[in-house]
Design a protein. Structure first.
Length: 594
């Protein structure tokens, strides 16, 4: 299956963005979120936006700050949208703003940072001090034409980031990169998501021989290719070779701990042994032909090249300079060339070979009895599609299914509702990775209807937060400023959810023997469940200042969390007595298990 690369004339990617009506509410940040979803692959854009957007009148040039779930990557992004026609180059000063953003985020005085950014800065610095961060990515996302002026400013932002990291975190080895994503780059990104092979040219490899395996929908030829051939491919196409590899090429950092630096050193130092030291590469092709000439020499002619696994190897070898390439002469890389005619199988090849999409804990959990049962139960919930750990195809991150109930958000809502806000926000991966944690969250008794009950609360909190932060700062009342300050703290959504879960007897006005038994009496959709919770959440938000002390350092102090929830609980009793209507309405809709 041949693929076509993006261009400034192609509009498929931008058209896909404009079709996303769920993003319209985010205004100038809509395109930024669309790109983030393509690049980071999350399912729940509203939850991601609620946790990561920092845009505001005083955001210190940081529109979005995200720390990846595995704590290995930080993304700092600046966005720009224009309605001018024809499109020109994006303003370079917005790219230079990333210099300011990096400085404030990594080393600015926390007391002088606005609420929207303070929590993000604390989270980023904690992650850096934890020693797990490997990458800092700087993005400038816009709907204009890319330009060299922006490239110059981004290069300066990289220098600024490296200088600040070296001064503030001298023991860390962080790979800093900066990317301009305008209309052309957006089309390239979209094309990569649509089809695995962007490089369509024909190439001929001299190989030492090999063998072929085949099935009904695919065939694969295993052999070894010369490092020089990979280096030539990289020179022609660079990162386009990695169109099936969502992780792309991370870059080569001069550090013995960096995998790409190690690949180069091995190729130069032990070229004869490189083939057995390196894991090799997997290459998707549109077609291949193995030829043996009269002299017994083997060649492999291929049409199309997409490296689905081994992108780091290819990029590292491609970055060898002429002198280094001479030292590595004779080195070979084990290679498997795969041709597939079945799009479903092709998607699985990408999923299971891709280094970014390695088999995750959720893939294994998808096969257990609890997730299997939940999928069946969700089939009876209106307007709800729950996959229970099963991942979709490569386009799922950009073609939003409005009825999708994302696994990650389900896990977070269950954890928070049942008293573990830190687990919900900071340790989501452990819910799937750790058997004991998984069993405590996805108990054998958990039901789809209970998940809808908890998930609806999370979505109601996210909507309340979005509505609150949408009020212009100079138009907020004193109380609204306090609420906005609370919601600007990282993890605040899950803390409020945990507080309401802890106080559920007060909320409903009855004793609750088992919180996992709670559900709505009617078979509500997730959207209707959100509406059912909304009045209670809006009243509870008035008490959010009682929870603020626990948001320091992202909910990691269990004592502060416990004390804050106790204080919140006492005030919620008063609030319910003064205005019982919304609470009684929710109670009338709730099945308590009795």
């Amino acid at each position: 299956m041949a693929a076509q690369g993006g261009s400034t004339q192609s509009t498929a990617g931008y058209a896909a963005f404009e079709s996303r009506d769920d993003l319209q509410a985010y205004g100038d940040n809509a395109l930024l979120l669309f790109v983030a979803q393509m690049r980071l692959g999350f399912d729940d854009v509203d939850t991601f936006a609620s946790n990561s957007l920092t845009d505001g009148n005083n955001d210190k040039k940081c529109d979005l700050v995200a720390v990846s779930a595995d704590k290995q990557r930080i993304v700092l992004a600046q966005g720009y949208m224009t309605s001018k026609v024809p499109l020109g180059a994006a303003p370079a000063n917005k790219a230079s703003d990333l210099n300011t953003g990096v400085s404030w985020l990594l080393d600015g005085d926390l007391d002088k940072l606005p609420e929207t950014l303070r929590g993000a800065a604390e989270e980023v610095r904690d992650a850096l001090h934890g020693g797990e961060i490997r990458e800092l990515q700087l993005w400038y996302v816009h709907n204009c034409v890319e330009s060299s002026n922006v490239g110059t400013e981004l290069a300066q932002a990289i220098k600024t980031a490296n200088r600040v990291i070296k001064a503030t975190f001298p023991d860390l080895d962080i790979d800093v990169s900066a990317t301009e994503i305008g209309r052309s780059a957006l089309e390239d990104e979209y094309a990569r998501m649509q089809a695995p092979i962007l490089v369509s040219e024909e190439y001929t490899f001299k190989v030492p021989g090999g063998f072929e395996l085949s099935a009904q929908d695919w065939s694969a030829f295993s052999t070894a290719v010369a490092v020089a051939d990979l280096r030539a491919l990289w020179a022609d196409h660079k990162a386009s070779l990695m169109s099936p590899n969502l992780r792309d090429y991370l870059g080569v950092v001069r550090s013995s701990g960096n995998i790409n630096f190690g690949i180069k050193e091995t190729a130069k130092g032990q070229p004869d042994n490189f083939a057995i030291y390196n894991n090799g590469i997997t290459v998707l092709v549109n077609d291949y032909v193995h030829v043996v000439d009269d002299d017994g020499k083997h060649t492999l002619r291929v049409k199309g090249v997409g490296i689905v696994n081994g992108g780091q190897t290819t990029g590292a070898l491609g970055s060898l300079d002429a002198t280094e390439a001479g030292t590595a002469h004779g080195a070979r890389v084990m290679a498997r060339f795969v041709k597939c005619t079945n799009e479903s199988v092709l998607g699985d090849i990408v999923k299971y070979n891709n280094t970014q999409n390695k088999v995750e804990a959720t893939d294994f959990r998808s096969k257990d009895a609890v997730q299997d049962r939940l999928r069946k139960e969700f089939s009876r919930i209106p307007e709800a599609d729950y996959r229970g750990g099963r991942r979709g195809g490569t386009t799922d991150a950009i073609l939003r299914m409005k009825t999708l109930v994302p696994d990650s958000s389900v896990a977070q809502s269950l954890a928070a509702f049942h008293g573990e806000p830190n687990l919900a926000y900071n340790e989501t991966r452990s819910i799937w990775d750790n058997d004991a944690v998984y069993s405590s969250v996805f108990r054998d008794t958990v039901t789809a209807s209970h998940i809808v009950y908890a998930y609806g609360l999370l979505k109601a909190i996210e909507k309340t937060k979005k509505d609150m932060l949408a009020i212009p700062e100079n138009s907020r009342t004193r109380a609204q400023k306090q609420h906005a300050a609370y919601f600007s703290a990282r993890g605040s959504n899950y803390l409020l959810m945990a507080a309401l879960g802890s106080c559920i007897e007060t909320v409903l006005g009855v004793a609750i023997a088992d919180r996992y038994a709670l559900s709505f009496k009617k078979n509500l959709s997730p959207a209707d469940a959100t509406k059912a919770w909304q009045p209670v959440v809006e009243l509870a938000t008035a008490l959010s200042s009682m929870l603020s002390p626990a948001t320091d350092r992202g909910l990691k102090s269990q004592d502060r969390v416990r004390k804050a929830i106790e204080d919140f609980s006492a005030m919620l009793e008063v609030a319910r007595s003064a205005n019982p209507g919304p609470f009684d309405a929710l109670a009338d809709m709730t099945y308590t298990g009795v």
